[in-house]
Ligand binder design. Sequence first.
Ligand SMILES: C[S@@+](CC[C@H](N)C(=O)[O-])C[C@H]1O[C@@H](n2cnc3c(N)ncnc32)[C@H](O)[C@@H]1O
Length: 213
Amino acid sequence: MEILPEILQQYLETHCEPEPELLKNINRETYLKVLKPHMLSGHYQGRLLSMLSKLMQPKCILEIGTYTGYATICLAEGLVEGGEIHTIEVNREMEEMIRKNFAASAFEKSIFPHFGDAQQIILELSGKVYDIAFVDADKKNNLTYFNMILPQVKSGGLIIVDNVLWKGKVYDSAANDTDTRLIREFNDAINVNDKVEKLILPVRDGILIIRKK
Ligand SMILES: C[S@@+](CC[C@H](N)C(=O)[O-])C[C@H]1O[C@@H](n2cnc3c(N)ncnc32)[C@H](O)[C@@H]1O
């Protein structure tokens, strides 16, 4: 379920930058060949990630949850010359498609895909300093990821977290399944954390923008 009505979504998509051809193809191929294609960021959210990245002019980005690489390429659009994006995917069955998609992009040399569990790979990347981190993997671990990466995010840097409205369930008091409770707890923990500024955007399934003070 999308948060925004379909008709509004269509209006937004026709009044932002067009979706680049490669991303259209990745979107199409993901819907044809891969399970749970709704996980892909898509046109409007992808343009938001691209815009944020271009505003931040990052040297180094971390993405947790590569899937088919759609958002990785959107974020890479804002990298400065010589910048890098590290993206982590646990599902090795995705590796061939991910590598093919990155090779087809203009950012192949800037994108460093890592395959394995995010917590392990975040530790392996512990020397990096991030301008942006995009957290979009197993939602139950959002708080673990946040606590692990916050020290590596520079002051003024962003941690962007996807799906924080969880199809509207986080603000529905009748919804109490485990995932909903954990996402609610994560949102509440960020809300009282005075090391960061935070803002939830009601885009797609809810995007939380966290800015390190
Ligand atoms: C929502 S999808 C990512 C979508 C992608 N960021 C985009 O916007 O197009 C989540 C991905 O996280 C991966 N994932 C789940 N748990 C993970 C973990 N512990 N470590 C690394 N990746 C994980 C899943 O296999 C899946 O491909």
